[in-house]
Design a binder for this molecule. Sequence first.
Ligand code: ADP
Ligand code: ZN
Length: 627
Amino acid sequence: MQLWHGALKLPPMPALEQKLKEVFGYDTFRPHQREICESFMTGRDTLAVLPTGAGKSLCYQLPAVIGDGLTVVVSPLIALMKDQVDQLTASGVAATFLNSTLDSAEAKKRFAKLYAGEYRLLYLAPERLMLPDFLPKLGEWGMKALAVDEAHCISEWGHDFRPEYRRLREVRETFEDIPLLALTATATPRVREDIRTQLELRDPEIFIASFNRPNLTYRVVPKAKAAAQVVKFVGERGGEAGIVYAQSRRAAESLAAALCEAGVRAAPYHAGLEADERARNQEGFLRDEVQVVCATIAFGMGINKPNVRYVIHADLPKNVESYYQETGRAGRDGLPSECLLLYSRGDVVKYLRFFEEITDRQARNEARTQLEKMTHFAEDERCRRVALLGYFGEQWTEENCGACDQCLAPREKWDATTDVQKLLSCVLRLRQKSGFSTGLQHAVEVLTGRKSEKILRWGHDTVSTYALGRDQPRAYWVDLGRQLLRLGLLEATEDKFATISVSARGMEVLRERTPVQLTRPMVVPAKDKSPGAARKRRPRAGEVECDEGLFDVLRKLRAELARGRNVPPYVVFSDATLRHMARDYPRDEVSLLQVPGVGERKLSDYGQVFLAAIGGWLSTKPRQRFS
Ligand code: ADP
Ligand code: ZN
């Protein structure tokens, strides 16, 4: 067996760059890509933890096209395999996959080519490895390296454990001298460590990227009428593709219906649909024929669509990890994309009720804790990036991220000292009076001077804080109470009828009359602060300004070509590539080759058609200039 690292040592530096351009059409590496390629190519086991959209595939695809030999890629999802092979083929790389969807004639053909050494990459479902006599074949096919995609599937701590992944250990033991590259977007240290031990990685070089997604803008707005809010948001974003997540099948259905009503090509996606309808809707989405998918969480795994421009959460996700993962499906291609969360306390209450049904105490508490963190994220007044990355143990130090609601339009701060004093002392007085704690709602009713049956029965209309907060509506006080809970000045019990009490810190604030600055409660944003509307804005990360009219023309051309070849449009060119074309107006092959994402194979396959389209456009339209 020829060893690729043995034969090559480290390839001369420009060789990697040259192949990157020639085959994939990119001029530069994304962060960590080069180092990962190099580590892997020198024969070292490598673990790469990179967020979605960081470009993990390239880390084994580029080494695979350098030198001889076969790179075997283990990937859990059949749909993704086909997608990757389509993309590689479009770039002129000989790649194939083996899985249960192939008929025996087709499989035979592929086997023959594998024996003949005609492929550079072979994608495999992990089940394959369990087939008797399969492993020795890998040797006969000249396997030089093994890449394990979605490596977290090997861990029981991960979110999609696949027992078959445990068999990878055998590959490791059978082929001791080939390097193994494990890739994952799962950030938790426990899973990372599990990957390392389960795969028996030997002295691996480990790369962990920041989990910040610079091209995503995060916004949280109060949920009022979800369907109307979604329809408005989608309507303002032209024909861009997006995903709307809902917690129930019914909600997914009704959101899709509302969008269709408004003339948007939307489709539902959830476990209650027939398998073929589900497949049809997903396929339509990949092919840009369905614009918006309204889905329960069942949607997303196996979706590689790079040009998802927004992800809307119409309901609160159950935990921050899901939120991060789901929003992460936006903007894989690096272009600016948006994440919108519609937040309502009502969702929280619904979940809490639902959690009551969990019989296992520990599981119930865990669910509550997770939800609480999610709630805090939604109600947090700090930069969303600080909060989100902080959750994963990463520190975000930039003062203004420029791409979240808090940084784009900071909520007003105000001096809440007096009102905080009122609320805290009311809670305290009630406890002193009755000897037991009450819920927040009750305390607010006392403060606003209601004459409820309970208030009268318990004599709470006689405490000194009764009606002291009459000048503000009840909702105001409830919101204030929640902020104080979040700040730890009030404490709540965990049970069903949560009662509140003043914490030690709250007592101190009360005693010392410590000034308290609070943020105004969230209100429905006055106007959409979309980038176009803002006066003096800085460019968003990943933004490629371009001639939108031409971009549209190129997009249509791409759709047509893709349909003819029976592949998703992004296999032809990415949105980013089209935007660069619509910005630089290349007129000949040399300048077209300068465009990121145009490699030699795509130039020869599609160059002429795209040049003709650009020429045609310029014959009637003026050329725009971009700084
Ligand atoms: P991941 O698996 O990490 O989510 P992918 O491998 O799917 O990410 O890559 C995301 C997108 O980034 C793809 O559209 C890919 O073509 C693009 N990409 C990868 N590497 C580069 C690069 N060096 N320059 C420009 N685009 C890149
Ligand atoms: Zn921010």
